[in-house]
Design a protein around this ligand. Structure first.
Ligand code: GUN
Length: 297
């Protein structure tokens, strides 16, 4: 029997847990956690993500602000805005929505965010801490994946995890998280990518397969073994004229056929996607706790 992993349900449980903690803070008249999301330009996908992040904060009573800057904003102006929020006590998390326009250096921007407010976990200090297993902010999508694996009690210790995709946002961090000698990790990890001549050689030996490629239905049933646990990170638009929108969202995995062989599988939508925002809220709460504790010490 195949277990369909309900990311929507788990994400909603996490949001409820955070909501009660924030209600408790409010009842004591204490400052609540705050998140600022900064976006440059008018990329429609980014606009939609940024809006959902603001809405999610509001729903759990978290303080939030969305800064939408015009596309011609200079790198210097953006850096100055980050400096402002780095030293603003009302905001514990700072997220700069990527991608940025070409005239702005993304690395420079990420490095300007205070590591203690880097709720995306993209700052090189936080990335380094993740790799060496020290306290850090785990990037939201990888953290969501690991949380789903834990909550569904999927064994990772000594198991072969195959990650397809080597992005800095998903592939590399999730591989490093599952590699750590820790409970809920301790896996044997392979990362494969577009240079592999025959990717099936790797995917077929996976006990847990994490697909983060960005290509619709890329992983087919002949590429996996019986009993595999499948985590699909893809969010791809494919044309479907029978739908009012004219398209549908599918993952990187051929869900219908792969689910016949899988022990666990995440659907798209409703699998990993809802976890990303829940983990962003969790990271903001964590940043708030760390910053508040530092002030008291
Ligand atoms: N753009 C796409 N995904 C992300 C993300 O997780 N964080 C940020 N900052 N930008 C993104």
């Amino acid at each position: 029997m195949t277990v369909v992993i309900d990311g929507k349900k788990i994400a909603s449980e996490i949001r409820e847990e955070l909501k009660s903690k924030i209600e408790w803070l409010k009842s004591l008249n204490i400052r609540v956690p705050g998140l600022v999301t900064i976006m440059v330009g008018d990329n429609p996908a980014s606009q939609s993500y940024v809006k959902s992040k603001g809405k999610a904060c509001g729903e759990i009573g978290m303080h939030s602000k969305v800064e939408i800057l015009p596309v011609e904003t200079s790198e210097q102006q953006l850096l100055e805005m980050i400096d402002f929020y780095n030293s603003n006590d009302d905001y514990h998390g700072i997220l700069v929505q990527l991608p940025l326009p070409k005239h702005i250096n993304e690395d420079k921007v990420i490095e300007r965010i205070s590591p203690s407010k880097d709720v995306d976990g993209f700052h090189p200090i936080n990335v380094g801490n993740l790799v060496i297993g020290k306290d850090t902010f785990y990037p939201c999508t990888p953290n969501g994946i690991v949380e789903l694996i834990k909550r569904y009690k999927i064994e990772t210790s000594g198991k072969h995890v195959v990650v397809v995709g080597r992005s800095n946002i998903v592939g590399k961090p999730v591989a490093n998280m599952l590699l750590q000698k820790k409970e809920g990790a301790n896996a044997i990890v392979t990362i494969c990518h577009s240079a592999a001549e025959n990717i099936s050689i790797y995917t077929k030996s996976a006990d847990i397969l994490i697909a983060a490629i960005g290509k619709a239905n890329f992983i087919t049933a002949d590429m996996v073994k019986e009993g595999v646990a499948v985590i699909d990170v893809g969010i791809n638009r494919v044309e479907d004229s029978s739908l009012p929108k004219g398209y549908k969202i599918v993952g990187d995995v051929d869900y219908v056929n792969v689910s016949k062989k899988a022990s666990f599988i995440t659907p798209v939508p409703g699998g990993v996607g809802p976890m990303t925002i829940a983990m962003l809220l969790q990271n903001t709460f964590l940043a708030y706790i760390k910053i508040t504790k530092q002030k008291l010490d």
